[in-house]
Design a binder for this molecule. Structure first.
Ligand SMILES: [Zn+2]
Length: 286
């Protein structure tokens, strides 16, 4: 599933390839992909629009067009976008094709933006840019962890008065937008906090560590994805190669938390006391 660093990487690619380009024509291969407006309206309204900017809010892609229009894309489970030459063979999971007159900054001849989606949960809306502030999923969305607004102070305020386990909280899109299962585990590992640790028990130094881990993990993953096409993460890599903690060498543990498989090091991320009785016994170092 695309997580925030994947979407951010895609935004940077699309920005580079599409801004300045003008849409020549649109083909909808799978009608359900376009949620609004109607297919005919969608095709007509997109005609001759120029791409002014490409942005992101949480995991939504925002493609700003001239004429005050906004193309809003959510990739969901298996969605992806690619910019290719019109001659490239159309994939069987391609749902939507926007043909461009010519590239943006990259220049060149015509190119196509193609939306592919194997499982078809992804969707596209075209709306007046002004309506975006009333678009319910965006209104409900929490703070973007890669934005300037995500300061330590803002994070502290967000946590104030909340209760419950940390991992499910990190996954809540209406609190901090865009953190998925993979990076939630990596963030908690970097912050040396147990996934089942209760939010209300965090000390100020731990809140600071968590805040820093969120920013660092997502930033590093985005940088690595943009450069090498793959994410990095200490825990992420260890999971792949054999499941030992890169720091202390102990076997990683897997448990289910909030319905999701959760990896952590039982030694570096000590279980909180209130979990010890029900789950694994608290281990001591040495
Ligand atoms: Zn460890």
């Amino acid at each position: 599933m695309p997580e925030l660093p994947d979407v951010e990487t895609l935004v940077r690619t699309l920005r580079r390839r599409l801004v300045g380009g003008r849409i020549h024509s649109t083909r909808i291969l799978t009608p359900g992909t376009v949620r609004s407006p109607s297919a005919a309206q969608f095709i007509r309204q997109l005609r001759r629009r120029r791409v002014n900017a490409v942005d992101r809010r949480g995991k939504y892609l925002l493609i700003q067009l001239d004429g005050g229009l906004l193309l809003l894309v959510h990739l969901r489970m298996t969605g992806d976008m690619e910019v290719v030459t019109p001659r490239a063979p159309v994939h069987r999971h391609t749902r939507l094709i926007l043909r461009f007159d010519r590239g943006g900054a990259s220049g060149g001849g015509g190119q196509e933006l193609r939306f592919t989606d194997q499982r078809r949960f992804g969707h596209v809306d075209l709306l007046p840019a002004a309506a975006v502030e009333q678009f319910t999923p965006l209104v409900r969305m929490g703070i973007d962890p890669l934005s300037r607004g995500f300061s330590l102070e803002a994070f502290r305020l967000l946590l104030q008065g909340r209760r419950g386990a940390l991992k499910p909280l990190l996954l809540r899109q209406d609190v901090v937008a865009g953190i998925g299962n993979l990076y939630a585990d990596e963030i908690l590992y970097q912050a040396r906090l147990h996934p089942g640790r209760r939010v209300e028990s965090l000390r100020p130094a731990e809140v600071r560590r968590l805040h820093e881990a969120i920013r660092e993990v997502l930033r590093r993953a985005t940088a690595s994805l943009s450069r090498y096409g793959r994410p990095v993460g200490e825990l992420l890599d260890a999971r792949d190669v054999g499941g030992r903690c890169p720091r202390c060498g102990r076997p990683l543990q897997v448990s289910r938390l909030g319905g999701r498989a959760t990896y952590f090091c039982p030694s570096c991320q000590r279980p909180p006391r209130d979990l010890a009785e029900g789950g694994a016994p608290t281990r001591r170092e040495g």
